[in-house]
Design a protein around this ligand. Structure first.
Ligand SMILES: Nc1ncnc2c1ncn2[C@@H]1O[C@H](COP(=O)(O)O)[C@@H](O)[C@H]1OP(=O)(O)O
Ligand SMILES: [Mg+2]
Ligand SMILES: [Mg+2]
Ligand SMILES: [Mg+2]
Length: 353
């Protein structure tokens, strides 16, 4: 018997694992330590490199699927030096596990092909058919500070998330490790985890570094018995989420612990495995529209782990309207049993009811 989306899941996991090899190398060689000779930002190099590797794998296995990816090749066309640098990295990056690399495949032929691959990510998305969405480095600020970031990949079908994969190089492998803002050193043993979910099949975690085809371990949100013991997380960036409103909400809910601030969709993965309980993302402006690649994988992983994810209006995130979540406002993610209570207080504090 073949399980639904088994192949999509396997390819997505391996593609994310391979892309993480590139981002980790870029961090070690370009962001940390010695000053690099080139003046391109390590984020730019990592973004393009990781996106190219993921799209190349999708092109090889699912050539007819549409792709909505964050980065565009235009900037690279005008910069031959940067292009060659990225091409060199992409060409060299392989999964350590030879069998896994063979299975994943999806090479990039040359520099011109690199541009072509990157441009495959320009789909407008929408409510029809199969659409992959990619954030090659989610949480660029976290990436640069050696903090949390994620490589995010999800498959939408007719606007619904069917498969979600999040690679988090700087989160501990151990699902029981408490939620913490600080990070272990990159490359340290026990760091790096991949969260995955398939609709209707639950959510799992497995080590990112294992490189191969390890079985995932089932993850579940923690049961919140009383709010006093609950922990919530939010963005590090006060420009991405209103932290003072979040503090008021937490206080009204009776949460006593201070928030854990971390970058990227690592927040979704962390609450999905019960390292934390609630994720609040409260709009800071009326005009900013959240991007689908910033939420699709995390939304499914949390829901498949027993959570509920809505916006501040109480509506499910709608990934079928295009490249952005144009009809939503903010994100409230919590265990299903307490989500209603959290939402009530969010709406009270934001004056939405
Ligand atoms: N004004 C904003 N409000 C909410 N999210 C934003 C805003 N500006 C950028 N972002 C996005 O938030 C994501 C990071 O979230 P977090 O703060 O939770 O780590 C990034 O993908 C970032 O996009 P970008 O990659 O374009 O910078
Ligand atoms: Mg992002
Ligand atoms: Mg990004
Ligand atoms: Mg960005």
């Amino acid at each position: 018997m073949t399980t639904l989306y088994a192949r999509e899941l396997e390819i997505a996991q391996l593609a994310v694992q391979r892309a993480a090899i590139l981002t980790k190398r870029v961090f070690l060689e370009k962001a940390k330590g010695t000053v690099s000779k080139d003046d391109a930002s390590p984020v730019t190099i990592g973004d393009f490199g990781a996106q190219a590797l993921i799209i190349a794998a999708l092109r090889a296995h699912f050539p007819h699927d549409a792709i909505v990816a964050e980065e565009e090749a235009a900037q690279l066309r005008a910069d031959a030096g940067l292009r060659d640098l990225i091409w060199g990295l992409v060409r060299e990056t392989k999964l350590e596990d030879v069998a896994a690399e063979g299975l994943l495949g999806g090479g990039v032929r040359d520099v011109e092909d690199l541009m072509e691959v990157l441009d495959r990510g320009r789909s407008e998305g929408g409510r029809i058919g199969r659409v992959w969405t990619i954030d090659p480095i989610d949480g660029t600020k976290g990436f640069l500070r050696g903090g949390q970031y994620a490589i995010a990949l999800a498959l939408l079908e007719d606007g619904d998330v069917k498969v979600g994969v999040l690679g988090c190089p700087n989160l501990p492998v151990d699902d029981a490790a408490p939620l913490a803002a600080e990070v272990g050193a990159e490359g340290e043993d026990g760091m790096g985890v991949v969260f995955s979910a398939v609709v209707g099949q639950g959510a799992t975690s497995r080590p990112l570094g294992a490189g191969g085809l390890a079985e995932g371990k089932r993850i579940q949100m923690r049961e919140v018995k009383e709010m006093a013991g609950a922990s919530f997380c939010e963005s590090v960036e006060s420009g991405h989420s209103n932290q003072s409103e979040a503090a008021q909400i937490a206080q009204k809910l009776g949460i006593t612990k201070p928030s854990v601030r971390m970058d990227s969709q690592a927040k979704y993965g962390s609450i999905a495995r019960g390292a934390g309980d609630i994720y609040l993302r409260l709009p800071t402006s009326k005009t900013y529209q959240e991007k689908i690649w910033d939420h699709a994988a995390g939304d499914l992983i949390v829901r498949e782990a027993g959570g509920q994810v809505t916006d501040t209006k109480g509506q499910r995130l709608d990934f079928g309207v295009g490249r952005t979540l144009a009809s939503n406002s903010g994100v409230i993610a919590a265990p299903a049993a307490v989500h209603g209570r959290v939402l009530e207080v969010v709406q009270e504090v934001l004056g939405l009811n």
